[in-house]
Write a protein that binds this ligand. Structure first.
Ligand code: SF4
Ligand code: SF4
Length: 320
């Protein structure tokens, strides 16, 4: 039995002006043919509303990319989602996040945004993001969010190089006025496949998780761990529960990823094809209902995308 959907990360476009070394979608700054249209986006939203059981909450929509602000109809889709009752957040790269644009998006229904900082200093961040000035852009976007009254969290992709700088990263996010620091453990897929040497060893992972739990204990800023399910084991070895509990893995736990062309996956890093909404008239619940792979999904103690190897995972589950 699948858990009720509580969040959908929606890659509303794959186009992006950044060239991040770890990008799961290997996004480029070019048009991608066949992206979902405004009408199809409305159909997706309406299908979720129609399938809602009495009193159930609609899932949180995380509009992501690519750079979601490249979509000219972004406000139109966000407004429709808001009218339907979906809570919505946005994950921009920062380049187009002016105070005026953020105010428009807030008026349309966006509750909060996330902004990524992936290096302890500007040079490291810019190199990781593949664009000179990327750190300055992200910093300007944080200033714009403060001006617009738009809450924001800082996302940080953790690599071996970043391990000594976790406390500095927390302090940076805190000083910027972020509501949370979300640490994403590097998953080597897409362009990130070339970064496998930057993935933490088991011992380094344990060190990082313990340090993140200590930082969270300090209570200055909530810390969230994404894409490292071993947070559960490490947290269980301590004498007290975490202030900000998380399970480290979204896949199979009420979370879905919807790609720019309508493919459904357990998470953005794990391209297990659960079906394409276009085959079901953009009815997302109907697509899931027909997917044997979705029915077989269960959140587990390890990362499905890293562990079994993608090919092995895909061949072990019947076709959708
Ligand atoms: S990781 Fe995000 S910001 Fe970076 S290239 Fe990919 S989509 Fe763009
Ligand atoms: S399957 Fe792996 S990559 Fe996907 S959400 Fe879980 S931990 Fe992250």
């Amino acid at each position: 039995m699948n858990k009720p959907l509580h969040a959908i990360a929606w890659e509303i476009t794959r186009r992006c002006p950044m060239a991040c070394q770890h990008c799961r979608g290997a996004s480029r700054n070019e048009d991608y043919a066949g992206e979902l249209t405004t009408e199809e986006a409305f159909q997706v939203l309406d299908s979720l509303v129609a399938a809602r059981r009495d009193g159930a909450r609609l899932p949180m929509l995380i509009f992501t990319g690519g750079e979601p602000m490249y979509r000219e109809d972004l406000e139109t889709i966000v407004r429709h989602a808001h009218r339907c009752g979906f809570p919505s957040v946005l994950a921009p790269c920062g380049r187009f996040a002016t105070a005026a644009r953020l105010q428009q998006l807030k008026a349309a229904g966006i509750r909060a945004i996330s902004l990524s900082i992936d290096g302890a200093d500007a040079a490291t961040h810019d190199a990781f993001r593949g664009v000179p000035g990327a750190f300055q852009m992200a910093s300007a976007a944080m200033q714009a969010a403060r001006e617009a009254g738009m809450p924001f969290q800082v996302n940080h992709t953790l690599t071996r190089a970043g391990l000594p700088h976790l406390r500095a990263m927390r302090d940076f996010a805190l000083a910027q006025g972020a509501t949370r620091l979300d640490v994403f453990f590097l998953v080597p897929v897409g362009r990130g496949a070339a970064l496998s040497a930057q993935c933490l060893t088991d011992a380094e992972t344990e060190t990082a998780l313990n340090e993140l739990l200590i930082l969270d204990d300090e209570g200055l800023l909530p810390i969230h761990v994404t894409c490292e399910p071993r947070i559960l084991q490490v947290a269980a070895q301590r004498s007290h529960p975490p202030k900000s509990p998380c399970n480290g893995c979204m896949a199979g736990a009420g979370f879905l990823f919807l790609s720019h062309r309508g493919d459904l996956q357990p998470c953005g890093f794990y391209p297990l094809h659960l079906g394409n909404i276009r085959d079901f008239n953009c009815n997302l619940p109907a697509t899931l209902a027909a997917s044997k792979r979705y029915a077989a999904l269960n959140g587990g103690p390890c990362c499905l995308a890293r562990a079994a190897g993608l090919r092995a995972c895909q061949s072990s589950v019947p076709e959708a």
